[in-house]
Design a protein around this ligand. Structure first.
Ligand SMILES: [Zn+2]
Length: 496
């Protein structure tokens, strides 16, 4: 069992190890080029990543060596004056974590110098499964970028801003939505749940939601710069749309990214472009329409809350300043962000079927999670097998003798338990539950991340899960299409 502070450090390093391996795999796929034209560049990037991974493992090995087992559940980050061997080792580990984060982000940005790669089909399937109407209407472009971030923009709007005469080419309301996400996440349909937030921005622009809410007198009279107010409103709106249509996976994918940036950036304050992720997470966790299935897991919320506190302590080491900052943060969250969320929710609910709500059942998610743990895909699901056993027993009691009627009854019973395609948002959420299960298994290991075997276990588990989620998404979409065609044929025959 690890203390909350140790859990944050392990989680952050785990996310960095996982993405660093993805980045190295990406470099391997690019290779040296046909005539070795970028061999040295690829090699330099690979070596820089391997080097920091080795240092990070060495730091964890040292920590587990000097930290007695019985102190692991209680250990807190040492204060600035603490001068013990343990404090020195732990501060050294935090410093390496900071370097790991900076190096990973910088090398990721340097991918701009290397050849590009196309988007994997499961990502397109995933987006179409979550937003079928939106995809049919706009055919959004998905592109991968070297910034470790996700974006949404309307390409036609950008063209019109830069080229005065281009307006003649496009009609007034024509739109070309582009969704961009980080190259290292290109093979992860789970990581790409973040694109749901980006689609949220596009749907917000289409229905003109956040601009209307930000202009309401209660917000417009706020002393904040109007740009900041509108930015915050836009971000909260995109989060709410994504949560309504896809569930908690988009915000969970944001958390996973943020743990990679957290050791080297200020994530504790609200920025001019985004409210803090803590505020965004709280807004979603406090959703009145929340169910057990869609509520973020309390254990995961607890670790993030602690990560936020540690970040606050590192940005504001002075006690008085830190308390003032915390008060300011919470006040803005209560007085502005939560209020904005209430107004936005009202506005969103008035749009009805234009923004449908995804449905989740806790039992079904838990059954999917169990299957994923066993290495099985989750593309289709019927009723609970325990129920099936009960119904078969009942059938045997009701029909003791063979007859044609017994055959018919059995056929009907089989139909009741036929597996149907699992919806993409449900696959993503069960994937995130399993992902959190992997992190918790890592916390329980005797020496997490202290050697190559431990890091390999983590990266293989994460990559295996991504492959299962990717194949489940493709299979479920094909299954749905087959059922649609069968139904069309059946109707056609009936009509004939
Ligand atoms: Zn956004």
């Amino acid at each position: 069992m690890l203390s909350p502070d140790l859990k944050v450090a392990v989680r952050s390093a785990a996310e960095l190890f996982h993405r660093s391996r993805r980045l190295r795999e990406h470099l391997e796929r690019i290779g040296p080029g046909e005539s070795g034209e970028h061999a040295r560049l690829v090699e330099t990037m690979r070596r820089a990543l391997e080097d920091i991974e080795d240092t990070m493992m060495g730091n964890f090995a040292l920590l587990w060596e000097v930290l007695p087992q019985e102190q692991r559940a209680t250990m807190t980050s040492p204060g600035p004056e603490e001068d013990t061997p343990l404090a020195e080792v732990f501060n050294g580990l935090l410093l390496t974590l900071n370097h790991f984060s900076l190096r990973f982000v910088t090398i990721h940005e340097s991918l701009v110098y290397l050849p590009w790669q196309s988007v994997e089909p499961e990502l397109v399937f995933s987006l179409e499964g979550c937003f079928p109407e939106f995809c049919k209407r706009y055919q959004p472009s998905i592109v991968m970028g070297s910034l470790f971030n996700a974006f949404e923009f309307d390409f036609i709007k950008i063209l019109k801003q830069k080229l005065a005469d281009i307006a003649e080419v496009f009609s007034g309301d024509e739109r070309n939505f582009v969704l961009m996400f980080a190259i290292c996440d290109g093979l992860s349909p789970l990581a790409c749940a973040i694109l749901a937030h980006e689609v949220g921005h596009a749907l917000d622009a289409e229905h003109d939601i956040s601009r209307t809410v930000a202009n309401e007198s209660v917000f417009a009279s706020n002393s904040l710069p109007s740009g900041t107010l509108l930015n915050w409103c836009r971000e909260i709106c995109a989060d709410l749309i994504a949560a309504q249509m896809v569930g908690p996976s988009p915000i969970l994918s944001l958390l996973s990214m943020e743990y990679c940036l957290y050791p080297s950036q200020n994530i504790c304050q609200h920025g001019a472009s985004h409210p803090s992720t803590r505020a965004r997470l709280r807004i979603l966790a406090d959703d009145p329409a929340q169910s057990t299935a869609t509520a973020p897991l309390p254990s995961e919320l607890e670790v993030y809350e602690n990560a936020w506190r540690l970040n606050l302590a590192s940005v504001f080491p002075n006690d008085t300043e830190r308390q003032e900052e915390e008060q300011k943060h919470d006040l803005q969250m209560e007085n502005l962000h939560f209020r904005m969320a209430r107004h936005l929710r009202e506005k969103l609910s008035s749009l009805g079927e234009a923004l449908p709500r995804a449905c989740f059942e806790n039992d079904s998610l838990e059954r999917c999670k169990k299957r994923l743990r066993l290495g099985s895909p989750v593309s289709a699901q019927g009723d609970d097998p325990k129920l099936l056993v009960e119904k078969v027993k009942e059938h045997i009691r009701n029909w003791p003798e063979p007859s044609e009627a017994r055959c018919d009854a059995f056929k009907n019973l089989c139909d009741e338990f036929r597996e149907t395609p699992v919806k993409v948002p449900n696959i993503l959420l069960s994937g995130y539950r399993r992902r959190w299960g992997i992190i918790e298994e890592l916390y329980d290991k005797p020496e997490p991340l202290a050697n190559a075997a431990s890091v390999k276990w983590l990266c293989d588990s994460m990559a295996g899960l991504d492959r299962l989620i990717g194949s489940s998404i493709v299979t479920t979409c094909v299954h749905k299409e087959v059922l649609r065609r069968l139904e069309t044929n059946r109707r056609r025959k009936k009509g004939a």
